[in-house]
Design a protein around this ligand. Structure first.
Ligand code: FEO
Ligand code: CA
Ligand code: CA
Ligand code: CA
Length: 676
């Protein structure tokens, strides 16, 4: 266990300036090196990545769009460890691919097929690039490298068997042609944020999976049941087309399953894929150390657009709390509380997946309701709650139905609609829970239609035309909210909260937009990845922005936060068309200072900074650079001069000039902890 240094010994580096350069910038005294990129081989016999669109065998290579990531230390003998600093496994999410008009153009020779039907070979490649990977990394002679021939290396993709575990397992809602008992599903999809369990396993959140499925234009009538309500609530209206057209790859079941209408198109006639989408949308648990153990979707934590999963402070004899967000405009924040209470011996169990069964398959799911007075409530999503049992909008059959349709259950109890909850993380000292709320174009002072919401205390910004344009509306720059649990800790049903930071441009109006007083060394927009270091206590904040990218590429900042209630109450006023004023009270933490918030990294052009992991001593920091160059037009795929980014080839890594998502490792030149 590393002692966290006092706050006055943190952030001793010079802030990195905002930048539009096609490179990774870190402070003087630090080194960032590319470690593991899209297509890198994961077996001894897989050829090097040519990076010209002709590569094959994607099941044995790094996937695309590196996202959330965790580090699993390995002892010198190759056993699971919690303390090793020179050898370990990186487990990570491969969320998506860089696409335009159906095709993932950078991974196909001529940009791929931009119309339907998609060729099977292209679909196979794209399905293989989505999922998870595990890769061994080692520190040798002061340099980190990944091992292409490690026996630990692993890929999980859309053809990998994954078990359904917990209350939804075996329910009629997840019976498919593939699993008539409703016990398993193929693959895990659009994996975004991550988490690490107190028993040393990997958690992965399935986020924008709904977009991969298609529905026929007349499917509502064909179904004629309440599943239509569920599908609409999760973003699949009838007639919705799929992101890549994978369902057109052929008559084989592995393609047809992406069409969740009853189509009659499969090769053997048993073509009912109507429940396929109910198998996506969960927190997934994997034992990174042991590829013989099943991967499990932990259905007790609910089904929605998952990001990270953060454990509250672990206390012997108390239940475990897991905090989670649903990243879509105006969706909810959730907490799962285990029925089992924590036993210290479970920190290093003989069977890690069985330990997951113990803590993650049986518990209560809550949704957050924030009040205007700075307090809030966790409302249990139980079929026994009359608001849920008698909900007019959807007739829940049982608790499994509540979990599969957690969004509808949140609607039933009147949960607070948030500004896109992305990652969450728990402060290692105070135990307070931080949630990034990335932005929300549907937060309006005068909402119109059910998709828009008025500002409230917890989501108080709804300014328009911040830059004098008509394209930026709502909460353009996002904020980070934090929650302090009541005296019952993990099991508390009441909390207090405030806003840790409001994203803003340094020059924006201090009274209405730049509410945290950000200066040029620390201004940011659209917080997304967020994780506390357990070695330094630094709150790392990563951005996925579109609003400030005319001035700077996406970035990572280091924060040293105070705690809930250390700031002030403020009132925001919005003039309405009828001449009246809408006043919203909220609470913001201490204003940022150069000692408490500093920009640490700026990424290459078109990239999002996401995913962060560290060695236990905090001296190596792994960060993912996702989709550099995604702003490239697919028609320019043959002309490297017209790529908006050539990273990481311009950093000396790998063949070809096509941009690649990649993991970097950051070390301090004096060997110290990162961010000190
Ligand atoms: Fe995959 Fe919500 O970011
Ligand atoms: Ca994210
Ligand atoms: Ca995002
Ligand atoms: Ca992204």
């Amino acid at each position: 266990v590393v002692d966290i240094p006092p706050a006055d010994r943190l952030l001793g580096f010079s802030a990195v300036s905002k930048s539009l350069a096609d490179t990774v910038l870190v402070p003087a005294g630090y080194t960032a090196s590319v470690l593991y990129a899209l297509g890198d081989p994961l077996t001894a016999t897989t050829p090097a990545y040519r990076n010209d669109g002709t590569d094959t065998d994607m099941e044995n290579r790094a996937g695309d769009h590196h996202d959330g990531m965790e580090f699993f230390p390995l002892s010198s003998t190759g056993s699971a460890s919690t303390t090793a600093n020179d050898r370990g496994l990186l487990a990570m999410n491969h969320e998506a691919t860089t696409d335009e008009k159906l095709s993932s153009f950078f991974v196909h020779a001529n940009g791929g097929t931009m119309s339907l039907p998609r060729p099977a070979a292209e679909v196979d490649k794209e399905m293989a690039l989505h999922g998870l990977s595990v890769v061994e990394v080692r520190l040798n002679g002061g340099k980190w490298a990944y091992l292409k021939d490690s026996g630990f290396n692993r890929r999980v993709h859309q053809q990998t068997d994954v078990e359904l575990s917990g209350p939804v397992r075996g329910n009629a809602l997840v019976v498919t042609r593939y699993s008539t008992g409703g016990t398993k599903i193929r693959g895990t999809l659009n994996n975004c944020g991550t988490g690490k369990t107190p028993w040393n396993t990997y958690l992965s959140g399935e986020e924008n999976w709904a977009g991969y499925f298609t529905r026929a234009a007349t499917d509502d009538a064909a179904r004629g049941d309440k599943s239509v309500v569920s599908l609409k609530r999760y973003g699949r209206d009838q007639g919705a087309s799929s992101r890549h057209g994978w369902e057109t790859g052929g008559r084989d079941d592995k393609y047809q399953r992406w069409n969740i209408s009853k189509t009659g198109a499969s090769s053997d006639g048993s073509d009912d894929y109507r429940n396929e989408m109910n198998g996506m949308g969960y927190i997934v648990e994997m034992d990174a150390y042991d590829k013989t153990r099943p991967i499990k979707k932990r259905t007790a934590l609910g089904r929605y657009a998952h990001e990270s999963a953060a454990f509250g402070k672990v206390v012997a004899g108390q239940p475990l709390a897991v905090y989670m967000g649903d990243d879509s405009r105006n969706e909810y924040i959730f907490k799962y509380v285990s029925n089992a209470v924590w036993t210290a011996a479970d920190a290093t169990p003989a069977d890690r997946i069985a330990t997951g069964d113990k803590y993650l398959d049986s518990g209560k799911l809550y949704v957050a309701k924030f009040a205007a007075d700075g307090t809030g409530q966790w409302i249990e999503l139980s079929i026994a709650n009359p608001l849920i049992a008698a909900y007019a909008g959807y007739k829940f059959a049982d608790q499994a139905d509540v979990l599969v349709n957690a969004r509808l259950a949140g609607d039933a109890v009147g949960a607070t609609r948030m500004d896109r909850p992305e990652w969450c993380s728990v402060h290692p000292i105070t135990g307070e829970v931080y949630f990034s709320l990335t932005n929300n174009s549907n937060r309006r002072a005068e909402p119109s239609g059910s998709s828009q919401a008025a500002p409230d205390a917890a989501n108080p910004r709804a300014y328009t035309d911040m830059k004098g344009t008509s394209t930026q509306q709502g909460n353009v720059n996002g904020h980070i909210i934090r929650v302090r649990e009541g005296a019952a800790g993990a099991a508390a049903t009441g909390f207090t909260w405030d806003v840790y930071l409001f994203g803003a441009e340094a020059g924006a109006a201090a009274a209405s937009v730049n509410l945290s007083g950000l200066s040029a060394d620390q201004d940011f927009s659209s917080p997304d990845g967020l994780a506390f270091s357990t070695a330094t206590g630094i709150c790392w904040i990563q951005t996925d922005d579109g609003a400030y990218t005319d001035v700077t590429n996406c970035m990572m900042l280091a924060g040293v936060p105070g705690q809930v209630g250390d700031g002030r109450k403020l009132t925001l006023n919005y003039p309405r068309a009828n001449g009246t004023t809408l006043s919203v009270d909220t609470y913001v933490g201490k204003a940022a200072t150069p000692d408490t918030l500093k920009r640490f990294l700026v990424g290459p052009v078109g990239s999002e900074i996401t995913g962060i992991a560290e060695t236990p001593d905090g001296k190596a920091l792994f960060v993912n650079i996702q989709h550099p160059g995604e702003t490239t037009a697919s028609s320019n795929v043959g002309d490297p001069a017209r790529y908006t980014s050539q990273w990481p080839s311009n950093a000396g890594y790998g063949a070809g000039k096509r941009p690649r998502s990649a993991t970097i490792v950051i070390t301090k030149n004096d060997g110290g902890r990162i961010g000190t």
